[in-house]
Write a protein that binds this ligand. Structure first.
Ligand SMILES: [Zn+2]
Length: 417
């Protein structure tokens, strides 16, 4: 390593250790979180405590994710039984998260409900857990459940996921058509209730129209907990410039996510390359095809191979790469290009970072929590200063959280006073 590179790495390390690194979106299955096998162990998952410690990741939002059931699959998707199934799935996740934090790893991680908690827990040398809800489908048509979820620790909530909910259109409407042309009447009430309680409105997965209506309607700053930049990767899941500017106007923040398929649209493999890879993986008994989120499982299987078999495999893989090259994998530079773009357009105060680990990922260089330092290193390489990196890694989010809770207190006072 050159001395200039050495100095750069040293500087990045110092910054990484000093700032609070907060990842706004990590998925989990309740079985991995609070079962016999759990995140205190070095599982094959992209996220777990040992990997979090290795990578110097300080804080995370556990995502209470419930998938969207469509009426075509289940006619009662938007009737009491469908809502009940979704609610119970959400409660199972809330319970698993609390059990992990309170019973399984109370000496290592603690739940934060506000920015003061985050700073206090971090200063004590523990990891910080926060809770966000992905898909308001799970509240059904009972607005009282917004308060219930708040009481269970939720500090952000997204109204839809993939597929329209009872509250909002999803970005998937660009393919499937619209249900509400933005927010539903109930969705608008839910936003008012979130403002009143102090829950951040998360516009990830929402349609553009829903997102723009939310920005206009919300009395508090809004967030995108895991989204990327449409100008760089043109998929409906990402946010275009008009949306980013509207989000900035609320005082909010977009946490740009490292989900490979939303960072760069790669050219699909040729049929020859696909066939050659399938044959190779079969020969070595490796799982495949590898999609985002499965890389860790593949990597684990690969490390199980005896050294000579693995060398053989690598040799054959290099031969396939030579004969039938694929599009280069999405890497940290591609990811950082999204952050640069957002910072240039809406300013350093409105941008953050998230991984979507165990629901996505797939970016070479930051593909599990243990590689988190690489992100800071690349930021330093691109000339970001310590105060800027502090904002990107969570400072902005904590400011928004404070502001959302301050506005909630005001709203509650004006209603009772
Ligand atoms: Zn998501």
């Amino acid at each position: 390593m050159s001395s200039a590179e050495d100095a750069l790495v040293k500087r990045a390390r110092a910054i990484h250790e000093k700032v609070i690194t907060l990842d706004t979106h990590i998925d989990f299955s309740p079985a991995n979180l609070a079962g016999e096998r759990n995140y205190t162990q070095r599982l094959e998952t992209q996220f777990n405590l040992p990997k979090m410690i290795d990578g110097g990741l300080d804080a995370l939002f556990f995502s209470i994710y419930v998938g969207q059931t469509r009426e075509a699959e289940n006619p009662d998707a938007f009737k009491a039984p469908g809502y009940d199934r979704a609610y119970r799935a959400a409660i199972e996740k809330f319970d698993a998260a609390h059990r992990f934090i309170r019973e399984i790893a109370p000496d290592k991680i603690e739940l934060a409900l506000n920015a003061v908690d985050v700073r206090r827990i971090n200063a004590q040398g523990k990891k910080v857990a926060l809770i966000g809800v992905e898909n308001g489908y799970s509240i059904g048509e009972d607005i009282a459940r917004v308060k219930e979820f708040y009481d269970r620790g939720a500090r952000y909530l997204s109204l839809p996921h993939n597929g329209h909910s009872q509250l909002s259109d999803s970005h998937t409407g660009e393919r499937d058509g619209w249900k509400w042309n933005g927010l539903s009447p109930l969705g608008k009430q839910v936003i008012a209730e979130m403002n009143r309680l102090g829950i951040m409105v998360d516009v990830a997965h929402a349609s553009k129209e829903s997102m723009m209506q939310t920005a206009a309607l919300s009395k508090a700053p809004i967030i995108a907990s895991h989204s990327a930049i449409r100008a760089l990767c043109d998929v409906s899941r990402n946010m275009d410039d008009e949306q980013l500017l509207a989000l900035k106007k609320t005082g909010g923040v977009i946490h740009v996510f490292a989900y490979s398929s939303f960072v760069k649209t790669t050219r699909p493999d040729s049929s020859e390359r696909t066939a050659a890879l399938v044959t190779l993986r079969k020969e070595y008994n490796l799982p495949g095809p590898i999609g985002p989120g499965q890389r860790a499982r593949f990597q684990a299987a690969l490390t199980q191979l005896p050294a000579d078999r693995r060398a053989e495999y690598e040799e054959k893989l290099a031969e396939i790469d030579k004969q039938h090259p694929g599009d280069p994998a999405v890497n940290l530079k591609d990811f950082l290009d999204h952050i640069d773009y957002a910072v240039n357009l809406i300013g350093i105060d409105h941008v953050g970072i998230s991984s979507d680990f165990d629901g996505g990922g797939g970016v070479v260089g930051w593909n599990d929590a243990s590689e988190t330092f690489n992100v800071t290193l690349e930021l330093v390489r691109r000339g970001y200063t310590e105060p800027q990196i502090e904002k990107l890694w969570g400072g902005n989010l904590l400011r928004v959280m404070d502001e959302v809770q301050r506005i909630a207190a005001e709203l509650q006072k004006s209603r009772t006073g």
